[in-house]
Write a new protein. Structure first.
Length: 377
RNA sequence: GCGGAUGUAGCUCAGUUGGCAGAGCACCUGGUUGUGGCCCAGGGGGUCGUGGGUUCAACCCCCAUCAUUCGCC
């Protein structure tokens, strides 16, 4: 009765302008796009248990190669049935390659032709990530969507360095594909385009990668401190260059307005720590805008966090109680706030999918921008 | 009853030879974009226990007094 899944098959069912409504098949299920993917760096979305994720409606989550390799180790996870068996999450998982950690934990790392040498942030031990090693780790994790090792350059990196960097990222991507040919397993492999903040380098990076048979293409290296308008300009420039028949993934982005803008430009997948990290700090996204639950004005506010939300948190607790939990440093505050913020982000892409299906994405996006007028951080 | 110690921000405490009242935490307001449950930025806060004295000038020196605390009768 159930047609077998064909990992990697991407079907576009509708479009609205440049935006697409699609389905991506993976070894652990079908993902409807555009999608937001909660981040679960060490094999768990922080503060959120699997049954919470079911209530939120999460369809795919992230894990991180760098963190899981260091602790508890990819081979240990492999012996326990991969990430799905180990973490009791049987839906799709995408794993980031560790390229971004090489960037963000950059104090003690060296980038060479062969790969990235780095020191563990846990114990200072020396390690080497090659493109091949990173694929091998992600196969041990049995990731549904593996990301190639890439070099992410900082905002402000000069043109010459960035130009050399995209060549390296391309060579690494092809080495990754060489040891993991298309259709060789249920582990899909996405390439990552780079190019810093130079439109022609963004174009060149896409040209070098898109002729090869990757299962999807990511845009990396954005939202690293640049002005908002620059990111949007590069997005509008780059997304149309990507293969139309493959999923497009904007890495590490973003705010509600960023996500809607990405969808309008034709991006299919997003991930960001913002909803979960901000949840733990008391910054919450609602249908009426962003609020800081710690504020004094909520001390005796008996209303729900977001009257327009039907998540467990909003159904059950008052703003006054949530503020109290946050002020008390109670771990339950992390959970309840994370459940709410993730519900907001998942509802956001759900709403966008419905809008694309009905050809009214522009109006939907205008509604989001009206609620988050400053760009919605 | 006698002797000592201590009284400075909500809390714990610095404060030089007498020269504009300080820190940490807490509190308040922002920030947080392929996550080190972190971190960063800004802000509001004072009858220096109380009363007197000396001095151009006192948290600081002198006297008295109150409170807290420790020890001894």
């Amino acid at each position: 009765m159930v047609t077998p899944l064909i990992p990697g098959r991407f079907t576009i069912r509708a479009t609205d302008g440049k935006a697409r409504l699609g389905t991506l098949q993976t070894a652990h299920g079908v993902v409807e796009t555009p999608i937001f993917m909660p981040v679960g760096t060490v094999g768990r979305v922080k503060a959120v248990a699997p049954d919470d994720l079911a209530g939120i409606g999460a369809e795919i989550i992230l894990g991180n190669t760098y963190h899981l390799y260091l602790r508890p180790g990819d081979e240990l996870i492999h012996r326990r049935g991969g990430l799905h068996g180990f973490t009791a999450w049987n839906k799709p998982v995408l794993t980031d390659s560790g390229g971004f950690q090489a960037f963000s934990l950059s104090e003690l790392r060296t980038i060479r032709e062969n790969g990235v040498e780095f020191r563990s942030h846990l114990d200072g031990s020396q390690h080497l990530f090659t493109p091949e090693k990173v694929v091998e780790i992600q196969r041990n994790l049995n990731s549904d969507i593996m990301m190639v090792l890439d070099e992410c350059v900082a905002y402000g990196t000069p043109y010459d360095y960035t130009a050399k960097s995209i060549e390296l990222t391309t060579r690494w991507a092809l080495r990754s594909r060489a040891i993991h040919p298309a259709c060789s397993s249920g582990n899909l492999l996405f390439a990552i385009t780079q190019g810093g903040f130079f439109a022609d380098l963004r174009s060149r990076s896409v040209e070098q990668l898109c002729g090869h048979d990757f299962d999807g293409f990511a845009i990396g290296g954005l939202s690293v401190g640049e002005p908002k308008s620059l990111m949007y300009d590069l997005l509008a420039h780059t997304v149309p260059l990507l293969p139309a028949d493959k999923p497009r993934y904007l890495m590490g982005v973003g705010t509600p307005v960023d996500i809607v803008t990405g969808i309008e430009n034709g991006v299919d997948m997003f991930d960001c720590v913002l909803p979960t990290r901000n949840a733990r700090n008391g910054t919450l996204y609602t249908s009426q805008g962003k609020i800081n639950i710690k504020r004094t004005q909520y001390a005796e506010d008996d209303g729900p966090l977001d009257p327009g939300c039907s998540c467990y948190t909003c159904r059950t607790f008052s703003r006054a109680y949530l503020r109290h939990l946050q002020h008390s440093g109670e771990v339950t505050a992390f959970r309840l706030n994370s459940v709410h913020n993730l519900t907001y982000f998942l509802n956001l892409v759900r709403g966008a999918r419905a809008a694309v299906a009905e050809g009214r994405l522009a109006a939907f996006a205008a509604g989001i921008r009206a609620v988050y007028p400053e760009g919605g951080v």
